[in-house]
Design a binder for this molecule. Structure first.
Ligand code: 3PG
Length: 394
């Protein structure tokens, strides 16, 4: 574990605190504030301990529709925190440095979207990242750096890997908890059951291979588009519509799933039935009734019963990606029931941005840990190092 806030002398210090509040937007503001809420404990603790907190964050990607300034985020953080949170529309210029210098102990300022500057959307080694304008200009105004942005830890961008090369660096409370849970999956109670669904087929198959090869998974239950890739690899004739959805997402998924089946068929579980939309209704089709003209939108009752049995006996259930098109109420049952079954395992962990969104949409509670990370959680579950975490450890 890198140094944490327990090791930091916060009182009176000017801290650069990197958070991930990259959020879906609605007209005029934030559509969802879950990621802002996640950082409240870290920011509140630092303000309570008398720090002067300069918050660093990104929103969207250059050229994308959700690429905006952070004024709405600052207003929302100000509502969520007891401590006052101001907004500064600069990130490292004289105006930004003055905003940091003017901070009273126990108060915070959210600096402007780090990705407004081209260097922040490039990847660097830490020493080179420390020479970018952002780090070079802002670090002298700060006493220390805190990284709480686990969800961006897979990006070797200046605000993530550059500051730790220039300043004493610490993990915030979100980062600490994510590393405790996702970083120690190998010590979690057995048997360990992974449920891999969702639309990020290649990522999910990478996770499956990694956890099977490393002996971390006793069972991998496949669902959603991932499950369909495995069914196709197993020779099931799903129908052109479902095959088209898999191929749209990934050209190599069926081959990769087939290779995995060759090596680990005894620990991989495939759907036994699927649900499709027929004449406006949910219709469940056994594998014997396939191919279907319509695309598979969910797993069916036979699959749910078999998977729920396995999950209820699990020491650790790790879920990544929704098993069905949960946004459509006719096809939410697979996601709802499998997530609920997972909460009955001794320990339950959810990873991936879509997983958290599905839990919120369906009101699922009772998970021991729901990761704030999408790509970062997947990387960590695959056993790959995260540049942001490595930088904190250096
Ligand atoms: C995320 O939403 O996964 C993080 O905020 C990282 O965003 P990015 O994929 O645009 O780097």
């Amino acid at each position: 574990m890198p140094r944490t806030l327990d090791d930091l002398d916060a009182d009176g210090s000017a801290l650069g605190v990197r958070v991930d509040i990259n959020s879906p937007l609605a007209e005029g503001g934030l559509a969802d504030d879950a990621r802002l809420r996640a950082h409240v404990d870290t920011l509140e603790e630092l303000c309570r301990r008398g720090a002067r907190v300069a918050v660093l964050a990104h929103q969207g990607r250059p050229g994308g529709g959700e690429f905006t300034d952070l004024s709405a985020h600052a207003a929302r953080l100000d509502d969520l925190l007891v401590a006052p949170v101001a907004y500064c529309d600069a990130t490292f210029t004289a105006a930004a440095r003055a905003a940091v210098a003017d901070l009273d102990p126990g108060s915070a300022v959210l600096l402007e979207n780090t990705r407004f500057y081209a260097e922040e959307y490039m990847e660097f080694e830490p020493a080179a990242a420390a020479e970018t304008y952002l780090v070079d200009r802002l670090a002298p105004a700060l006493d220390a750096y805190v990284n709480d942005a686990f969800a961006t830890a897979h990006r070797a961008q200046p605000s993530i890997v550059g500051f730790p090369a220039a300043l004493p660096a610490y993990a915030g409370r979100v980062m600490e908890r994510e590393l405790e849970v996702l970083g120690n999956i190998a010590e979690s109670p057995e048997p360990r059951v992974y449920v891999l669904g969702g639309a990020k087929v290649d990522d999910s198959i990478d996770v499956a291979r990694s956890v099977l090869e490393r002996g971390l998974a006793d069972a991998v239950l496949t669902a959603g588009i991932v499950g369909n890739a495995f069914l196709l690899a197993d020779g099931v004739s799903l129908g052109a519509a479902s095959a088209g959805v898999v191929n749209e997402r990934s050209h190599g998924a069926v081959k990769a799933a087939g290779d995995l089946l060759d090596d680990f068929s005894h620990r991989l579980y495939l759907p036994r039935d699927v649900a499709v939309e027929r004449d406006g209704d949910r219709v469940e089709v056994d594998l014997g009734g396939l191919p279907a003209a319509e695309p598979a939108m969910d797993v069916g009752a036979r699959t749910l019963a078999a998977y729920a049995d396995i999950l209820e006996d699990a020491g650790t259930a790790i879920l990544n990606g929704p098993p069905g098109v949960f946004e459509d109420e006719r096809f939410e049952v697979g996601t709802r029931e499998l997530y609920q079954a997972a909460t009955r395992a001794e320990t339950s962990v959810g990873g991936g941005g879509d997983t958290a969104a599905a839990m919120r949409a369906l009101g699922i509670e009772g998970f021991d840990h729901v990761s704030t990370g999408g790509g970062a959680a997947l990387r960590m579950l695959s056993g790959e190092p995260l540049p942001g975490v490595e930088a904190l450890r250096a």
